[in-house]
Structures are given as C-alpha cells and as structure tokens.
Design a protein. Structure first.
Length: 160
C-alpha cells in the first residue's frame, strides 16, 4: 500500500501527464484552426498617414494576426490614421472616416439660431470628417467657434 507522500507524487505525475496531453491537444486544435481562419489583411505598399485606401493598397497575409482586419470591405474607403508599412497587418484602430476638411482650409461657416442663418468664411483649425466637431476661426471677427462638419465640407455652428 502506498504511503501519503508516494500517493501525492503519483497524483502529481498523473496531473502533469494530463496537463501535457491537454496542452498538446490545444496546440493541435489551434494549429488546425489557423489554417481554417481567413488570412490577415496587410498593406500591399507603404501607406502614408491620411491616405484613403483602395483595393490595390491591400493584400492578404498568410499568417493570422489577432485583431487585424480580414475582409477588404472593412478597410476600403477609410483613411489611415498612421503610416502602415508594406506587409504589415491592417488593424481597425489604424483607420478612420476620410477627412473632408483639412487644417488651415478656408471653409463656409454658418451659424443657425431661431430660424436665422448667418454665413461667413472661416479657417479650419483642425482636420475633420463628416459629423466631427472642429474648431474654426471666423475670418471676419477672428473669434474661434466649434462647429460640426457637413458632407459638403461646410461647418455648421449652433448655440450651446
């Protein structure tokens, strides 16, 4: 009959064997799963920051990368936030809606209040895409206001 310490040793050895078998099974499943997963989306060429992606800018990478985009439809038409180098995976966090207003661009500035609209020109102090809030300097008064970017690149300002 086994003593207490011998029984503990046998249990520890059996546990280690079961753990190794479980790890081997998990590794086999993970490796098999990698072949089944779709490829990772990578940059086909060096993509500078603020460039709008087209189909020719993207390629498929062989190795799956966690968190990287897999479908080109998720990236085409979006703008890069940062530079993405050729062969590097494309992540959703690296992309944003394309900007329609650039910093220092002269933009139409319209103030709406109680059915009255006042229009003038302004200078955008920030980049922005449709729906973003950007700071704009009124060129006539030199005051800075915050407004929302429209699809046509105009800025709409409303009272607080």
């Amino acid at each position: 009959m086994a003593t207490g310490s011998a029984l503990q040793t046998r249990r520890a050895v059996a546990f280690r064997h079961m753990a190794r078998a479980a790890l081997a099974t998990c590794a086999a499943l993970c490796t098999a799963g990698a072949a089944v997963h779709a490829e990772t989306l990578v940059a086909a060429r060096n993509l500078p920051a603020h460039s709008v992606l087209a189909a020719g800018d993207l390629a498929r990478g062989a190795d799956p990368v966690p968190g990287a985009l897999r479908d080109p439809a998720q990236a085409i038409g979006l703008e890069t936030r940062v530079a993405i180098y050729a062969g590097r995976p494309v992540f959703g966090a690296d992309l944003t809606k394309p900007a329609v207003v650039e910093r220092n661009q002269i933009v139409p500035l319209t103030y709406f209040h109680a059915g009255i609209a006042i229009s003038t020109d302004g200078r955008a102090l920030d980049r922005g895409s449709v729906g973003d809030r950007v700071r704009v300097m009124n060129l006539a008064s030199r005051s800075t206001v915050v407004g929302r970017v429209g699809a046509d690149g105009s800025i709409s300002v409303a009272p607080h």
